[in-house]
Design a protein around this ligand. Sequence first.
Ligand code: TRP
Length: 436
Amino acid sequence: MAAAGSAVGLGNIWKFPYMTGEYGGGAFVLVYLITIAFVGFSVMVAEMLIGALGRKDTVGSFERLAPPDKKGWKYAGFMGFNGLIIMTFYSVVIGWIFYYLFKLSSALPTSTETAKATFDNLVANEPGVQIFWHTVATLIVTYIVYRGIKGGIEKINLILMPALMMILFGMLFYAFSLDGFSKAFSFMFEPDWSKLNSEAIVRAVGHSFFTLSLGMGAIMTYAASLPKHTSITQTAFIVTFMDTLIALVAGLVIYTFLFQEGAPAAQGPGLVFISLPVVLSNFGYIGTFLALLFFLALSFAGLTSAVSLVEPVVQYIIDRFDTTRLKAVLIAGSAYYIVGIGALLSYTKAWGETFSIAGKPLFDILEYTTDSILLPLGGLLIAVFVGYVLQKERVRSALAHEMGDRYFAVWRFSIRYVAPIALVFMMLNLMGVLKI
Ligand code: TRP
């Protein structure tokens, strides 16, 4: 459940729907689904395997599992620190969501202009408000992680994940009753190949890694505390399935509301912050209620992912420096909190230039480097480690009895060839597409 909570995040409910809109719908969704099935799932099994066999923090697990002459692999474990880089902007976005929860409860914007003005004004002119909500987000996440895996992380996942699913499925049922639903369905599931360009493919591949929380050690860290004899294959399958299901449901719900009111699909990152509230304002009281539920679900999804971004570093600090959890959490928390302030300031009018490098806002730089370089690199290291460095017999004895020999061979082929090629292809292309 915690791994599913990590995977299901802003990536599913905010990013996936707006990317689907920007890249033209069905064809993008299909590429995303194919990558999840053929690459994402295999890497998920590999990452869980390292955690389940290593049973330590990310650095410790790599170190323990590497053969004696290859102990340098322990440095791959530093991928855990990418979690803090992601958290710098993830926490800011969770802050925006909190702000919206608070703001929308009074009134929904009735025109796109006012909605856009609200969002743009928050981002460009309200550093204080943003810092306030970023602080609230940081404090909540810090407290949950401080309570530990059993007392904090598992508990909130056990509550928030079912709540999130109930909200989203409830909204889906409501969406069934609207005319917009069939349009949303065809938009998402009838591929229009003319809309698929190389950028869309690369972004779909990249997103399939982000959404599954792969390549950073989050899944690895959680797998290190799985009960012995838990089936890795089955766990990876459930997590992958739930993550994909929730992304698709979120997409269907949002597009049903949008098409119901005749709004266009391509809205960019403002989709849920600008377009959705306006569309829902046409639904009267039900609309306000739906908007609140939606942002509540979004904040739950964000929080359960955020804790998984922080926990790997916290475990590393505890294991290596023999400190208390409290100290480790405070160190990790302050690191991303401070840089996060820089990230949010980089979008403001007053401070934008100070916090930009070569004309690019710090926020974008942090997001691009993790999405297009660090996560794929982490995924590549995981695939190479499990495919080539770990003794084959060890891997076989852990997985073949779960998968059966035939699927084990398919999985191994995917981890040795398909995943590395897809990841290198993606890294090179993303750097080109995003012009870094
Ligand atoms: N998967 C989460 C989302 O979809 C984000 C996330 C959490 C993540 N942990 C991660 C992404 C580890 C990459 C690596 O929003």
